[in-house]
Design a protein around this ligand. Structure first.
Ligand code: UD1
Ligand code: CA
Length: 451
């Protein structure tokens, strides 16, 4: 049976108090709607439709980078969740199977929960995700009769008796694709909010003799993000889950609460992560690597048994091979560092290729940017770059070559050569002593005048 996803993301999110559309706010470095899409992906959907409205162009662009295949449809006026689903009609024309409706601001739905809904769909035209609310507040209430779901009543329209129901609507639904749009067509807006409620399709389906039921999940899973405070709480929930996952996968975290992951961080078995480390998007760390305290990594790969930090910054395009050592106050960008190479202190390496077992001394800088273009630096294997060498790119240093400390290297160095690119030193005997005497005498005479 085919599965299709509709992710509703047209709402303004007024309570975020933001110029950014709500669903573009990040948790674990990924926009909220991407989390909803990711849980839906576990169902292998044949179609994915994102309904956008407020900030539609911005959301459209973000969606295209995450999934070029996704269909984005506009809901120009936000007339309600039922109306929003109706906007996906053309995109799902002739679809059969099950349509899952997810909310773009509800990031924690587990794939396993959707799977249970898919199973319940076998005997029901509609499956709604419900939860027992600690405080049912303004959630829609599920009116049930045994295992049957009879209807959903929105808080604003609920009677005092219905408001005592604690089984609430989590918002997610799985619906028979062949009846969904007929049901949505029958939804009116004669209710307290004047909106076309998706939730009304349940009572409409029942009146047509179709079956509906609810599958429940823990309340935390249905958490929607509406405010900055909820965004921060959501981030904390996300981080806690990623830390647990890392520990379970055999990663040592000395102080788990101080390590921050992204949605796609991968850390291999027996790796060690010291306190206060931040993993931005796109990081993979191989087995037995050590990420020392206060390091910041994004868009990079750290090879097996490599050691990074403390206080290292690895920027996008950094590829550290096995057993590389990156030390304190070192920044690496868009560079390949070969097996066993060392960049241990106070260096900037950008747009470079560093050969196996090469050593970059303290304060090595690749001068990769001329103000307009970026240029590459290539350093062969087994080379030795003296401390405080400026490598003015484009430049190539041969295998086994050496540069003298303090050199400014502007032309290529052949294999095995020593490059000296600094001013020649001159010593003037006794000049320092004479200079000091002269300066001290000057100071004394000035003090006499002012005193
Ligand atoms: C909805 C449910 C309610 C449930 C609650 C769970 C309806 C009518 N009510 O209420 O039963 O308890 O979720 O959180 O469905 N959206 C659009 N276009 C619109 C309106 C909404 O795309 O015209 C999107 C929003 O961006 C959001 C989602 O749909 O992602 C839910 O809309 P929202 O207005 O937050 O619904 P609730 O009032 O919370
Ligand atoms: Ca909501």
């Amino acid at each position: 049976m085919d599965t299709h996803l509709i992710v509703l993301a047209a709402g303004q999110g007024t309570r975020m108090n933001s110029d950014l559309p709500k669903v573009l706010h990040l948790i674990g470095g990924a926009p909220l709607f991407a989390h909803a899409l990711a849980s839906g992906d576990a169902l292998n959907p044949v179609n994915r439709v994102l309904v956008v409205g407020h900030g539609g162009e911005q959301v459209r662009r973000a969606a295209a980078t995450i999934d070029p295949e996704i269909t984005v449809v506009d809901q120009t006026r936000q007339l309600g969740t039922g109306h929003a689903v109706g906007c996906a009609r053309a995109a799902l024309n002739g679809a059969t199977g099950t349509v899952f409706v997810l909310f773009g601001d509800t990031p924690f739905i587990r794939a396993e929960t959707l799977q249970r809904m898919a199973e319940a769909r076998a005997h029901n035209s509609i499956v709604v995700l419900g939860f027992q609310a600690a405080d049912p507040g303004r959630y829609g209430r599920l009116v049930t009769d045994g295992h049957r779901l009879e209807r959903i009543v929105e808080f604003n329209d609920a009677s005092p008796e219905e408001r005592t129901i604690t089984l609430c609507n989590g918002g997610i639904m799985a619906i028979d694709a062949t009846v969904l749009f007929d049901l949505v067509d029958a939804v009116g807006n004669a209710n307290a909010s004047g909106e076309y409620y998706l939730t009304d399709i349940v009572s409409i389906a029942r009146s047509r003799g179709l079956q509906a039921t609810a599958v429940t999940c823990p309340e935390a899973e249905t958490m929607g993000i509406n405010t900055r405070a909820e965004l921060a709480r959501g981030e904390a929930i996300f981080q806690a889950a990623k830390r647990d996952e890392a520990l379970e996968n055999g990663v040592t975290l000395i102080a788990p609460n101080t390590v921050f992951f992204s949605f796609d961080t991968y850390v291999g078995r027996d790796a060690l992560v010291e306190p206060n480390v931040v993993f931005g998007p796109g990081v993979t760390v191989e087995t037995e690597a050590v990420i020392r305290a206060f390091s910041h990594l994004e868009g990079c790969h750290v090879g097996a048994r490599a050691v990074v930090g403390p206080y290292a910054r690895l920027r996008p395009g950094t590829e550290l091979s096995n057993e590389v050592k990156i030390g304190n106050f070192v920044e690496i960008k868009n560079s390949l560092i070969g097996d066993g190479a060392k960049v241990n202190h106070l260096s900037y390496v950008g747009d470079a290729e560093v050969g196996e077992n090469t050593n970059l001394g303290a304060g090595t800088v690749t001068c990769n940017y001329d103000g307009v273009f970026k240029h590459r630096t290539v350093i062969g294997r087994g080379a030795f770059i003296g401390s405080s060498t400026m490598l003015v790119a484009p430049v190539t240093i041969g295998a086994g070559a050496m540069t003298a400390s303090g050199s400014v290297i502007t032309s290529d160095v052949p294999d095995g050569a020593l490059a000296l690119g600094r001013a020649k030193q001159v010593n003037k005997p006794g000049l320092a002593l004479r200079m000091f005497e002269k300066l001290k005498a000057l100071k004394a005479s000035e003090q006499k005048v002012s005193g």
